[in-house]
Design a binder for this molecule. Structure first.
Ligand SMILES: NC(=O)C1=CN([C@@H]2O[C@H](COP(=O)(O)OP(=O)(O)OC[C@H]3O[C@@H](n4cnc5c(N)ncnc54)[C@H](OP(=O)(O)O)[C@@H]3O)[C@@H](O)[C@H]2O)C=CC1
Ligand SMILES: C[C@H](O)[C@@H]1OC(=O)[C@H](O)[C@@H]1O
Length: 260
């Protein structure tokens, strides 16, 4: 088991990639703190989803708690650490994954869409990473932080001018934190998923032409599944990756390299 008896915090764990990270970590022996934020999308009732993730983890024989909190708020990172320590005694791994991608054109981008995307995706990753790093430093046991960046850190998107800079920022954050936190035995890496079918892009991919374009462009011939990313996060969080820090792992079925 890659994460036997490790304590793992996953932000954005109610669905999509975060949910898969949480369940995969538990399958690998971890106890898990699940973060989500009820106000993110009023149309979506995440309570049954969180209940399902808690039940999935219990059925694997591991413990889990759910902690609601907006990662963009400065107090959420410390609150997650307190909840983890109260429930499980320490923090070994942070999967900083929560993110939003409200597709919008550039020229008439409402400032609040830009600012909220920056606040959740980049500021949120910063504050939660900082809180986890301080907790791990105080424990003196090292740790691992894995952030969900994106292929969008490397390539653009005409309807994602507010989003791609946050993913480049998350990649850069992990590189700099690898330097800042290496002396404490804390490793920092990111995964860069390509196009993974989740609620985040369900509307975008309902355009059959766009979906077919992606499938054609991906050498492995299919969109990614959340579990494809989760397995890589768990590897980077585990001691198998003990000499890996400051790295970014593309998890995109080969889409990035497929120019011609
Ligand atoms: N899907 C893809 O193709 C790709 C996704 N990514 C990245 O992967 C990450 C996960 O995306 P994905 O699983 O697709 O998206 P989903 O929309 O399926 O899940 C997003 C998760 O983030 C949570 N969340 C949203 N806003 C906040 C907030 N302010 N505070 C705390 N939690 C929040 C949501 O909680 P709730 O359920 O309560 O709303 C949900 O759990 C994101 O960072 C995204 O940028 C990167 C590359 C590709
Ligand atoms: C939401 C998009 O489909 C998805 O998000 C990313 O980060 C990828 O680059 C895709 O554009």
């Amino acid at each position: 088991m890659l994460l036997k008896d490790k304590i793992v915090i996953v932000t954005g764990a109610s669905r999509g990639i975060g949910r898969a990270i949480a369940v995969t970590a538990a399958r690998e022996g971890a106890d898990v703190v699940l973060n989500y934020w009820g106000d993110n999308d009023a149309a979506y009732d995440r309570r049954p989803a969180i209940r399902e993730v808690l039940d999935d983890i219990a059925s694997l024989g591991r413990r889990a708690i759910a902690v609601e909190g907006n990662v963009a708020a400065r107090e959420t990172g410390p609150a997650l650490m307190r909840a983890a320590v109260d429930a499980f005694g320490r923090v070994d791994v942070l999967a900083s994954n929560a993110g939003i991608c409200p597709f919008h054109a550039f020229l008439d981008m409402p400032p609040e869409v830009f600012e909220t995307t920056m606040a959740v995706n980049l500021h949120g990753a910063f504050y939660v990473t900082q809180a986890a790093a301080n907790q791990m430093k105080a424990q003196g046991t090292g740790g691992a932080i894995v952030a969900t960046s994106s292929i969008s850190a490397l390539v653009g998107g005409g309807m994602q001018t507010h989003y791609t800079p946050t993913k480049a920022g998350v990649h850069s954050l992990m590189q700099s934190c690898a330097i800042a936190l290496g002396p404490y035995g804390i490793r920092c890496n990111s995964v860069m998923p390509g196009t993974i079918a989740t609620d985040l892009n369900a509307e975008d991919l309902s355009d059959a032409g766009k979906k077919a374009y992606f499938e054609k462009r991906i050498p492995l011939g299919r969109l990614g599944a959340p579990e494809d990313v989760a397995e890589c996060v768990v590897f980077l969080a585990s001691d198998r990756a003990r000499y890996v820090t400051g790295a970014a792992l593309l998890v995109d079925g080969g889409m990035f390299v497929n120019l011609q």
